[in-house]
Ligand binder design. Sequence first.
Ligand SMILES: Cc1ncc(COP(=O)(O)O)c(C=O)c1O
Length: 374
Amino acid sequence: MTNDISRRAWLKGGSSLAFAMVMGNNAHAQNMAVPGFIPTPDNPVRLGSNENPYGLSRVARNAIIDMFDTAHQYGRGRTMELVNILAKMEGVKAENIAFSGGSGEILKTLGLIAAVEGGRVLTADPTYHGLTRYGERRNVPVTRVPVDDSMTIDLDAMKAAYTDDVSIVYLVNPNNPLPTIMEKNKLKEFCLEMSKKCLVFIDEAYHEYVNNPDYETMVPLAVNNENIMVARTASKIHGFAGVRLGIAYSSPTWIAKLREYMTGSTNKLAIAGAAASYKDIETQDFCRRKNQESLAITYALFDKHNVNYIKSNTNFVFFETGIDAEELRQTFRDNGVLVGRPFPPFTNWCRVSMGKPEDMEYFAKVYEKIFVKS
Ligand SMILES: Cc1ncc(COP(=O)(O)O)c(C=O)c1O
């Protein structure tokens, strides 16, 4: 490429080949929809990290490419367009929003706050480990409350487990690895009551996938009360897992505290891409439709073989296998499929992320090869 214009035109050409050359070969062939792709243990179908198999939307890609022109300049002060889009979408003010390099950074920052300022984290079991793992490595005590018989976070038991040293209650809604939700009214009541005593932090990483009348976001509560925070991520339906953008919604006091402790940041490419992506409802709808198609294939497989599984409010399914999760993970990998890590105490269960429908057909074949004796 000899000049900026031809380089940008080349990048924007957007053929999968051009993009694969930019992103590296692995991005090119990791799902069954790519002709000629043969899964191997070294280059498996990726069903282990709840990623979006469709990648970034075209408009997000183009917005990022356009931003390359000024990528050498610091990004400070360039976030207002995205802030305004999100503020309007969620009915909040700019002062209620902070960005991070993925929502994992928000989780870790809260773990850091607990470590520095003292306090226990109260959470469910099993649930996502980002906050607690980081906190525990810095000696933050953690109380874990088992989910109830319907595999849902048990808010009554969490209230009962509260002790005076708890500084953060961490809830994931929908949960991960169990793709269940907490009933909206019960959760609201819990947030209002417990936020009088400590920070209630709701991780809504899978918010955009939920299609359940019993679910509701806690963003309105988070911005109208002092001690409630919600985290969202662009990693899931927006496909930004490798681009990195997390969003915190809370009171101005908590937003300021989060910023004070945060050591990293997102970047202007992510901000520009997200400004385009959050407006692109059509692509989000497409991803939700395809996710439902992939779920249907997966449910049909499990129904056919009478497998115990949890119906999903997300882009993954949790199913019982009767086999040690680490061992099974390796067996799937040997057959060219990456599935989720072990999630104690459910060590005989497995989490499978939704790929494209073709990926789930392949997963079904591998599942039957492993589990169904011919
Ligand atoms: C519940 C939950 N929270 C947070 C994260 C972290 O996501 P990210 O740092 O990519 O925003 C994940 C990632 O899978 C998740 O499942």
